[in-house]
Design a binder for this molecule. Structure first.
Ligand code: SF4
Length: 359
């Protein structure tokens, strides 16, 4: 009998998120990390962080490493970490917070260090909406300063937006702004009730569907690509419209791979070295440096189960889109306590379906 060949993302994630610190000067209402002003005393040391980056380079198909936080600019050795990752041939992205630390000089240094993209958060089309999210009056203005510097420096930007009841009416205005600033990608995040996000009201399944319709409409006329975070059912929506969820739009031409979800193409290591299938899925699968992230990703039962669409339950288990979507495993865990349960915020009701689309 021929052994089954590994599926996509069975051996290597596409994106490896390393939370270099939880220190941050912002107090965002939906913060996954519940970030603090000062660094935790037990965050990985500079030497341990370099060793973690060595591990990332060991994956058979090394992923993009995203240095996130907290605010990565609060980490004193950030540029050493970037240089080390680049020296190993890794693609590096950084998600600086919109604070006075993220000035033009900092972005110039990031560019010079070889950072290939920035992730910048924008959570409202007006200062009032964004700043109330971010807990700092002036964050909105700083965000646009950062977008301007990045554009001037030729640094590609992915803008990350958390969509909640507070800003759901601002989607068209946000898309218009992003078009003007020449961003590469818009990643629209759907709330998972973890961290400070526990106190934020989520959109209902029908409201999510209405947002999908708006995003699909914007995709037709914008120069940037749009993807969702913790809402893989947007891929199902796009397929139902006859669209191609992998198709990049406009100048970026980027393609968003199908089937990527928590633990399948995604991996997260916390400031303390705790290994998770995603930043929003607090199911610890070991701790670096005691265990290897490579072996954990490939063989830990939680990661293996999350990649197996046949183990999904409820509507997701019966759904023809389970391979290409599979629902947010983080939201299933947050709501039901079981990462294999059905996606709570999907309006689709499958009836007698076989797998509709192969991954
Ligand atoms: S039922 Fe689950 S797998 Fe199907 S589209 Fe909804 S979230 Fe995706």
């Amino acid at each position: 009998m021929t052994p089954a060949s590994p599926g996509p993302f069975d051996l290597s994630p596409l994106m490896f998120y390393y939370e270099v610190t939880q220190a941050c000067d912002l107090v965002c209402q939906h913060c996954r990390a519940s970030a603090q002003e000062a660094a935790a005393p037990d965050e990985l040391s500079p030497r341990q962080s370099l060793a973690l980056i060595d591990e990332v380079a060991r994956f058979p198909s090394p992923p993009t490493i995203v240095l996130t936080g907290g605010d990565p600019l609060k980490r004193a050795d950030l540029f050493d970490l970037i240089a080390h990752a680049r020296g190993l041939g890794l693609r590096v992205a950084v998600t600086p917070s919109a604070t006075p630390l993220a000035d033009r000089g900092a972005l110039e240094r990031l560019k010079a260090a070889g950072v290939m993209a920035l992730g910048i958060s924008l959570d409202g089309a007006t200062a009032a909406t964004h700043d109330s999210f971010r807990g700092w009056e002036g964050s909105y203005a700083r965000t646009f300063e950062m977008l301007g510097h990045a554009r001037d420096l030729g640094l590609p930007v992915q803008v990350n937006t958390s969509i909640t009841a507070r800003n759901v009416g601002e989607i068209a205005a946000l898309a218009e702004q992003l078009d003007q600033w020449g961003v590469m990608m818009w990643s629209v995040f759907f709330l998972v009730p973890v961290g400070r996000g526990v106190d934020q009201p989520r959109l209902s399944a029908d409201e999510c569907e209405a947002v999908f319709a708006q995003l699909w409409e914007e995709t037709q006329r914008r120069s940037f690509a749009i993807k969702t975070t913790e809402a893989p059912h947007y891929r199902r929506y796009v397929l139902q419209q006859g669209g191609d969820p992998q198709a990049g739009r406009g100048a970026s031409g980027r393609r968003v791979p199908l089937g990527v979800r928590d633990g399948k193409g995604i991996m997260f290591v916390s400031q303390r070295g705790e290994i998770y299938p995603a930043g929003f899925l607090p199911l610890e699968c070991g701790r670096f440096p005691e265990v290897s992230p490579v072996e954990t990703y490939q063989t830990h039962p939680t990661f293996v189960a999350l990649r197996d669409a046949e183990q999904l339950k409820g509507r997701c288990g019966a759904c023809g889109y389970r391979e290409v979507c599979g629902g947010s495993r983080a939201r299933a865990y947050a709501v039901y306590g079981d990462p294999l349960e059905e996606e709570p915020d999907c309006a689709y009701v499958p009836v007698g379906e076989e797998a509709l689309v192969a991954h």
